[in-house]
Design a protein. Sequence first.
Length: 244
Amino acid sequence: MTEFDSSTLVLVAHGSRDPRALATVRELVERVRELRPLLDVRLAHIELNEPLLGDVLDGLGHGRRAVLVPLLLSRGYHVKRDLPRAAEAARHLVTRVADPLGPHPLLVDALHDRLVESGWDGQGGVVLAASGSRDPDARVDTRRTAGRLAERLGVPVVPAYASGGGAGVAAALRDLAGQGCHQYALASYFTAPGRFATEAADAFGDGPVAAPLGAHPGVARLVLHRHDRALLSPVRPARQLAPA
């Protein structure tokens, strides 16, 4: 057993009323376990699904090292506030909060693969549909992913947001049309199926619609990468993990 196997990785999903979301994150947990069989990997949710994060942390033994890896694609309220507060409340543990999954090149690889699976032929522009947030850092992160995906694909990529007040899918399509694009594809920048992914696909219309990232092998590797990096970082009081 290595140092990286001696902690508990708590994969923290948001939670969804869509049963496909829970099935998807459970599949991802199993893929992470397959990659690191000696590591204790648990699934927790911020809301809507059980087990909830607080209950998972309460169930871990006193003095255990726990790394919370958010199954979230950008910075925002949950990463900056909810997870650090949960870590601070679990005073019987030595807890670290990892960075969100995005942005990262492995997500770009996964987005590319999902687009190819959808039948995308490499032509025209791509709408990068994301959940959205009112936190400006979250939009910075999504735009960074859109830029990296555009470099990878060699076509224009415009982000669209399902919430948080950002431009939606229709606005992104107009933007692409203004850039001279006449064919479009939708890249689903969501960790699992759910309401936002469905709404984005419904608003898109004709053209290839990629599946959410789901249990893509690159996402599983990225979860472990975030865990390992967090485990090597100095332990700080949980209140310092959430920037003002």
